[in-house]
Design a protein around this ligand. Structure first.
Ligand SMILES: Nc1ncnc2c1ncn2[C@@H]1O[C@H](COP(=O)(O)OP(=O)(O)O)[C@@H](O)[C@H]1O
Ligand SMILES: [Mg+2]
Length: 275
């Protein structure tokens, strides 16, 4: 069942300069979707439209079957959350603890449950020792950890992560991605992740490729990376294994459906022997 339904969405910041053009897509409940596209293609704008943070010009947005309208905004925000690209936009409290608490209060979490949740999620993102620190004094990566904890603690059905781990080092990124994947699996959280991390794209169920405010492609990673020409034209990277598979396919060598380098090497050897 699709939990997000977007049809013929249009938006412009300035009159006559459309930024989002007839965008349509569906997102399955409980799926992990990655959104890719070069800078300025409209990814963050689409994210903000989904949350009702920007008002669409025309088109339909439905979240869990509920149309996104002014009257439904409260209910929509109980279903979908966002972690912004720039965590500074997300802090309101004077301490990390207040900040996570603020989101929980807005979602009517009972006081008795709040401290437990704050501590549980601060620990999950390795920020326990900073609970009484001022958010403004944290590093970019630490701010991103707190912003992620705050949204995860709310236990929403859908979360949009807009380049939410961009300031973390590779190890930190891997840890946080693992945490998000785990919650996605355990709680059937629908994840929409705007990312430049090609490995994350490979792991996702579904990929949305945005180009100049339109959906250039939507499909499984396999389907997306087969279309190397389009990816190159949009200056998007594709993983080495797919480059290899595509190059071999062009030579008429079709490999079994695997991304395992060892199995691929075996197959190439067997092919060479047969020749
Ligand atoms: N607040 C704004 N006012 C005017 N133009 C904007 C604003 N925010 C973004 N844009 C423009 O809209 C386009 C899409 O931006 P954005 O959605 O942020 O792209 P992405 O997230 O893919 O990098 C860009 O051309 C950008 O310059
Ligand atoms: Mg962006």
């Amino acid at each position: 069942m699709s939990v997000i339904h977007v049809k013929d969405l249009n938006y412009s910041y300035e009159k006559g300069k459309p930024v989002i053009k007839n965008v349509s897509f569906d997102i399955e409940e409980g799926s992990y979707t990655t959104v890719i596209g070069h800078n300025g293609s409209g990814k963050s704008t689409i994210a903000k439209l989904l949350l009702g943070l920007l008002e669409k010009e025309s088109g339909t947005i439905e979240i869990g079957g509920l149309p996104l309208t002014l009257e439904n905004l409260g209910e929509i925000r109980n279903r979908i959350g966002i972690v912004f690209q720039n965590p500074d936009n997300q802090f309101i409290g004077s301490t990390v603890r207040d900040d996570i608490a603020f989101g929980l209060e807005n979602h009517c979490v009972e006081r008795e449950k709040m401290d437990g949740l704050i501590e549980e999620f601060a620990e999950k993102v390795s920020m326990t020792e900073f609970l009484n620190s001022e958010p403004g004094k944290l590093s970019g990566g630490q701010k991103q950890r707190v912003a992620i904890a705050a949204v995860l603690a709310m236990n929403l059905g859908i979360i949009v992560f807009d380049e939410a781990t961009s300031m973390l080092d590779p190890t930190g990124k891997r840890d946080i991605n693992r945490l998000i994947s785990q919650i996605h699996k355990e709680n059937k959280l629908t994840v929409i992740s705007i990312t430049h991390d090609i490995e994350e794209v490979v792991q996702s169920d579904n990929v949305l490729v945005i180009d100049h405010g339109t959906v250039a492609m939507q499909g499984t990673p396999e389907e997306i990376f087969k279309n190397e020409k389009l990816m190159v034209r949009m200056q998007l990277d594709i993983p080495f294994v797919y480059k290899l598979k595509n190059a071999l396919a062009e030579q008429g060598i079709k490999l079994a459906d695997t991304l395992d380098m060892e199995r691929m090497a075996d197959e190439v050897c067997q092919y060479a022997l047969k020749k």
